[in-house]
Design a protein around this ligand. Structure first.
Ligand code: GDP
Ligand code: MG
Length: 174
């Protein structure tokens, strides 16, 4: 799909259940619904206001399907990639290494890559330490955020807006 060069395309990856759809819906509608379709991917296009200006963004909220969503054409399309894990599921964090290695193998390190640790409201069940997450982000030069799609619009919108600003800067350089 061809969009204006000024548009921002964001690819969201991570295993099922980490909150990719919840985060997308939260950012775009300010709402948390709770149950989302998990079998199908969806492309959400919105015009948002950022720094006082309208901007068209396109978010591809993927369905994991055992990694079938790691498609080269998706990566080519994307200006930025958001890798989501759940703080209460260590395996979802471990999977990010495989995903980011694939991105780097495809020269995707030129894009903005961000890691979101979601479900921060479930802190009492936390399985991924801050140190692990920080180390991972330093190793792969990723932006790093903690969010709760269920509890906080502010954290989610801060994360997305920061990522979008970074993408705009990066697109100017390319
Ligand atoms: P996806 O498969 O990555 O798209 O994950 P979903 O967005 O469908 O979310 C999976 C499940 O986790 C759903 O039951 C959501 O209600 C729940 N969920 C998503 N985000 C959060 C969060 O921040 N906190 C909590 N407690 N649950 C969440
Ligand atoms: Mg989903």
């Amino acid at each position: 799909q061809k969009h204006s060069h000024k548009d921002v395309n964001i690819l969201i990856l991570g295993i099922q259940g980490v909150g990719k759809s919840a985060l997308t819906v939260r950012f775009l509608t300010k709402r948390f619904i709770g149950d989302y379709e998990t079998e199908h991917e969806s492309l959400c296009s919105h015009v948002i206001m950022i720094d006082g200006k309208p901007l068209s963004i396109h978010i591809l909220d993927t369905a994991w399907k055992a990694g079938a969503c790691m498609k080269d054409e998706y990566l080519l399309w994307a200006d930025g990639v958001i890798l989501v894990y759940s703080m209460v599921d260590k395996s979802s964090f471990d999977k990010l290494r495989e995903i980011v290695e694939w991105i780097f193998a495809k020269k995707g390190e030129e894009k903005v890559i961000a890691v979101i640790g979601n479900k921060s409201d479930l802190i009492h069940r936390k399985q991924v330490s801050d140190t692990e997450a920080t180390q991972f982000c330093a190793e792969y030069n990723c932006l790093s955020f903690d969010t709760s799609a269920s509890d906080s619009y502010t954290d989610v919108s801060n994360a997305f807006n920061t990522i979008i600003r970074e993408i705009k800067l990066n697109n100017k350089k390319r």
